[in-house]
Design a protein around this ligand. Structure first.
Ligand code: EPU
Length: 419
């Protein structure tokens, strides 16, 4: 298992380029199952989750041709409409194939994800929504088995009890091939949902309202091939902005999806981190005066992203007072707090709240527990005194493209050690 070795205390300087969005690329890849024609996707990040999704598409029967961040998927015949446990257990987003498979093949068998490091994360909302579209959904041997009625799925009104990003994406994809109109209420408004709707529209789907909390889909007989460039990754860009801030560096982030970073940019302003915008996709963080401790609550988009909570917590360990961080999306997303404490951070956990007091960090051996927690630990390591060794960085490789190379090119002292 690879480790990162970081010598802290080097302010980041120069430029970093943002990659394509993992969480936009995953549903886009699942959407390729909706048509027998070729779909070409550009700008995909070369991260492990994307490789896992490509493997899943191949297992299902699609031809996947990937090179240099461009992938061409042709799902002419789907011989095995199934997402096996071996893949789902490493990547929960595999459940994104459920909707497309039931819609296209009339049946799907997708392993239940089980628990994960950041909470229970069930897929009951995906299942209930597909039942509303007429699917019969049962469970056997740890798998969800869904079957469309004779004549296929039929449009319906689906009101989600709570906002779910991949749930919205899953049912939006299924609805494109259902008979009649589907209305999705309390839909997720994340930019990744809008990006998926854009791809589906290029494939011939009729969708209105993506990006708002009500999405309307008029089902069509069939979808066709298309080409699409996925949006850049707001979480990766945000991680780099926070890395620049925590090291008191001057760092320019290119290809930043500026419009998708509003909540983070507002928070950085409150904290006292100067950020300038050079053009529509370039942001620079500058060293400011003291970093203020500012409370933060995670929310669905357009609120502050839960996927930046660990990185923000790392920043708050350098604040001038106490910040209260409240996690509202996942019930168990504070694993990094315990590791940060090993580095000297003063953090008290109280249910879904973390009280973070500012103070110096000192390098230590720590363990990455999930993707974004690991990013938080990397940021802490960049500003800690001395050496930090982060074990199990395979978590970070799931969603960040060569993060250590990008950071090292901007002056960080970080290297990967292969075990
Ligand atoms: N939930 C349910 N039932 C469901 C679905 C969700 O109870 O059927 C609960 C979840 O347990 C959670 C909340 O609803 O407490 C919101 O979960 P959501 O479904 O929105 O999360 P997701 O779709 O599984 C996506 C991202 C996550 C990101 C969340 C929240 C992808 C592939 N994943 O997950 O990204 O944290 O939305 O924004 O888009 C990451 O990239 O590190 C990551 C975890």
């Amino acid at each position: 298992m690879d480790k990162f070795v970081i010598e802290g205390g080097h302010p980041l300087q120069g430029e970093i380029v943002t990659s394509g969005s993992k969480n936009a690329a995953l549903p886009a890849l699942a959407a390729t199952l909706l048509t027998e024609e070729a779909v070409t996707l550009r700008g995909l990040p070369r991260v492990r989750d994307i490789g896992t999704m490509e493997r899943l598409l191949e297992e299902i029967g699609a031809a996947v041709d990937a090179a240099n961040g461009c992938v061409r998927v042709t799902a002419r015949e789907l011989r095995r409409p199934e997402a096996p446990y071996e893949l789902v257990k490493t990547m929960r987003a595999s459940s994104l194939v459920l909707g497309p498979l039931v819609a296209r093949c009339g049946q799907a068998r997708v392993s239940l994800p089980g628990g994960c490091a950041i909470g229970a994360r069930p897929i009951d909302l995906h299942i209930r929504a597909l039942e509303e579209l007429g699917a019969r959904v049962g469970q056997e041997h740890g798998y969800v088995v869904a079957t469309a009625p004779a004549g296929g799925l039929r449009g319906a009104t689906i009101a989600f009890d709570r906002i779910t990003v991949t749930g919205t994406e899953d049912v939006m994809m299924a609805a494109t091939l259902a008979r009649g109109e589907t209305v999705i209420e309390n839909a997720a408004r994340e930019p990744e949902v809008s990006d998926l709707a854009e791809l589906l529209a290029k494939m011939g789907a009729r969708i209105e309202g993506a990006g708002s909390s009500t999405i309307r889909v008029q089902g069509v007989e069939r979808l066709h091939g298309a080409e699409h460039q996925v949006i850049t990754d707001r979480i990766e860009a945000g991680t780099f902005l926070l890395a620049g801030a925590i090291t008191r560096g001057r760092l320019t982030v290119r290809h930043a999806p500026v419009a998708h970073l509003t909540a983070l940019l507002a928070k950085l302003r409150q904290v006292g981190v100067p950020v300038t915008q050079e053009d529509s996709e370039t942001l620079t963080v500058h060293p400011g005066d003291a970093l203020h401790s500012v409370d933060m609550t995670t929310e669905e988009y357009p609120g502050f992203a839960t996927d930046l909570q660990a990185q923000y917590m790392a920043l708050m360990t350098q604040g001038d007072g106490i910040a209260i961080i409240t996690e509202t999306i996942f019930e168990n997303r504070f694993m990094h707090a315990l590791e940060l404490a090993r580095m000297g951070a003063k953090i008290r956990l109280d249910g879904r709240k973390a009280l973070v007091a500012g103070g110096p960090l000192s390098g230590a051996a720590v363990l990455a527990s999930d993707l974004r927690a690991s990013a938080g630990l990397v940021l802490a390591g960049l500003c800690a005194k001395g050496q930090t060794v982060i074990d199990r960085v395979y978590h970070i490789d799931r969603g960040y493209e060569r993060i250590e190379e990008k950071l090292a090119a901007a002056g960080a002292c970080i290297r990967r050690v292969e075990d």
